[in-house]
Ligand binder design. Structure first.
Ligand code: HEC
Ligand code: HEC
Ligand code: HEC
Ligand code: HEC
Length: 494
């Protein structure tokens, strides 16, 4: 990978306005300054099955969780001052930071809110104030709370705290007593006791996608979306930036940090999407439905030929049954990117991907066959970023990111969908565009305004228009795409 000049990066907030909801979080996080104290990134220490990307422990619900409060002793992680990412922030204050600033700590409130009750009632999980479908509710808890152990009589989990420390770091039953006793014990905890290795970006991304995309034990399916849940559109670079971090990354101010994150996120997302596809096709979860509509492009059913949203009464599941809906590509963007831009172009990966697409777009795709093909492709995919048995982030420079972004802008015209435009936008954003002329930022701002949804449209509901946001005209939109391409082609990245 070529070494990039160190930039004077000052967080440009405009860029992540795209996901308006993220902005709220981003506003809270302070500008990140450089750090000298972070440990050097380690390589994957986990020898286990490469498919799991080293974080199988997140699924170890047989292992006990103790809850965030047990990490909060003042001599451990409950230090006196919230440790917002900065070189001065004291370590050991992860707990207060999480409690005060981390959106995940709100997640128990979310799941017990009115909005949640509406979704749960529509799904028939909640009836007359009682949980009627425990496994349905546990699917929600898997993403919204550390603990999902509930009894039928006790309608909240035993530990109700939202997404706590162990949701990301792994259930602590077996490593709680030892993980702080030096590096050797930490490694031992990672290898054998279920502490997740959250430091290497690929493994870190895999943690995030477990909930922000889904996994074999938790599914955001079309039924839940149609009941009012926002569709998930995860992008690691954008979410990582917005997350109020209780750690520091040595490389966080490097201009290629975002493109590294972007790639790590896309690799993990494709892995998660294939994992999901397999479990959906085999209907292995109580909430599974097959064919699963959210594996397909939303706009193929939801937008009519004139581009207007289709009323629910006119929607037709048959498109999938008849093999007419294209597969949803959001989580496969990294696979496409790597197979276009790297040595993988010579490999059979793209063929395998195309075959799976074809199968999914054939009339009434057979679940068992889809599951088998997804599993095969997932193995093939993991080989392409596994070295010596370890998940390893392939070389990916800011220039590769920029070249890919130019491709994606061209794609917008071809597929003419919100997803492709938003995917291009986040890819551009991950090039860390700080242009000297300011033209690039202005063009991106136009793009962003064009991507925000009015309130009354179907999901994705999160990138909502604020009152007073004027959408660009078609002319302005096209000009902005042109300007962004031109800036990228001129390497106007500084
Ligand atoms: C155990 C599941 C889980 C994991 C793991 C997880 N998240 Fe989340 N995340 C959630 C849920 C649920 C929400 C919504 C919180 C709420 O409002 O209730 C959320 C919200 C967020 C938000 C705020 C989005 C918004 O709507 O404002 C950001 C940013 C975020 N997550 C980033 C991350 C990152 C980065 C990682 C990986 C390091 C990660 N998450 C891992 C479940 C998870
Ligand atoms: C695969 C993980 C996953 C599952 C399963 C899941 N959620 Fe969520 N949920 C999220 C994430 C992530 C967000 C935050 C949205 C975002 O930032 O993308 C969220 C947001 C929400 C919100 C806030 C919506 C808003 O408009 O702000 C509610 C309410 C909610 N979830 C309820 C539920 C309920 C009820 C269930 C079960 C029927 C459920 N969730 C299942 C991951 C999940
Ligand atoms: C949304 C996922 C998530 C949650 C929730 C979370 N962490 Fe983390 N944590 C991470 C990631 C990612 C890292 C950075 C990678 C690393 O250094 O291991 C990290 C790093 C850390 C570190 C190492 C800090 C350093 O600078 O070396 C500690 C200690 C820690 N977390 C403790 C906690 C505690 C205690 C809680 C609960 C109060 C918690 N974490 C909640 C994801 C999470
Ligand atoms: C193959 C066609 C098809 C695809 C693809 C599809 N949907 Fe749907 N959608 C439907 C149908 C049919 C309904 C109405 C029946 C139901 O609720 O399942 C619906 C209902 C909905 C509703 C509720 C609408 C309302 O007015 O009540 C939302 C929201 C929704 N879908 C979002 C999505 C999202 C987001 C995606 C992509 C991740 C998606 N859909 C993909 C066919 C589809």
């Amino acid at each position: 990978m070529s070494s990039m000049p160190k930039s004077n990066y000052r967080s440009t907030k405009t860029a992540f306005l795209l996901l308006v909801f993220l902005l709220i979080v981003a506003e809270q996080s302070q500008a990140q300054s450089s750090s000298k104290s972070a440990e050097s990134p380690s390589h994957a220490r986990n020898e286990s099955n490469s498919l799991s990307c080293g974080i199988e422990s997140l699924y170890h619900m047989d292992r006990g969780v103790r809850g965030a409060a047990s990490c909060a002793t003042s001599s451990c992680h409950g230090g006196p001052k919230a440790g917002v990412s900065s070189s001065e922030a004291p370590r050991g204050s992860e707990y207060p930071l999480w409690l005060e600033k981390d959106p995940h700590a709100q997640s128990w409130k979310t799941i017990s809110s009115e909005a949640s009750a509406k979704i749960l009632s529509k799904l028939g999980i909640l009836k007359d104030g009682k949980i009627e479908n425990v496994t349905g509710f546990q699917n929600c808890l898997a993403c919204h709370n550390t603990d999902r152990n509930i009894t039928e009589t006790q309608l909240s989990p035993q530990i109700a705290e939202g997404v706590g420390c162990e949701s990301c770091h792994g259930p602590s039953q077996h490593w709680y007593g030892s993980h702080y006793q030096g590096m050797a014990s930490k490694i031992q905890a990672i290898q054998n006791l279920g502490l997740t290795d959250s430091e290497p970006l690929l493994q870190r991304a895999k943690i995030c996608v477990t909930c922000h995309v889904g996994a074999k034990d938790r599914d955001m399916n079309h039924d839940i979306i149609a009941a009012g849940h926002p569709a998930l559109y995860f992008d690691m670079a954008v979410f990582h930036e917005a997350y109020p971090k209780h750690w520091r990354d040595k490389d966080q101010d490097q201009p290629n940090f975002r493109s590294q994150l972007w790639l790590a996120g896309k690799i993990a997302s494709a892995d998660a999407e294939l994992e999901l596809l397999e479990s959906r096709a085999l209907k292995s979860l109580p909430v599974s439905v097959w064919p699963e509509l959210s594996s397909y492009q939303c706009n193929s059913c939801h937008v009519s030929l004139n581009g207007l949203p289709q009323p629910a009464s006119e929607l037709n599941r048959d498109l999938v049954i008849r093999g007419r809906a294209p597969i949803r590509n959001w989580n496969f963007a990294g696979m496409d990117a790597l197979s276009i831009s790297t040595d993988l172009a010579k490999s059979d990966l793209k063929d395998a991907m195309d075959n799976l697409r074809k199968l999914l777009q054939s009339p009434n795709p057979d679940g068992k066959l889809v599951a088998a093909k997804s599993q095969q492709l997932r193995l093939r995919w993991s080989e392409s970023w596994t070295e010596h048995g370890k998940p390893t982030l392939p070389d990916w420079s800011r220039q590769s990111q920029s070249a890919l972004s130019i491709e994606l802008i061209r794609d917008i015209e071809r597929s003419n969908s919100w997803e492709s435009a938003a995917g291009a936008y986040t890819a551009i954003w991950a090039t860390h565009p700080v242009s000297s002329s300011g033209k690039l930022e202005a063009a991106m701002s136009t793009m962003r305004n064009g991507l925000l949804y009015p309130k009354d449209l179907m999901t994705p509901s999160f990138p909502r228009k604020k009152n007073g946001t004027t959408p660009p005209t078609l002319e302005e939109w096209n000009a902005s795409l042109h300007q962004v391409s031109e800036s990228l082609e001129n390497h106007d990245l500084r």
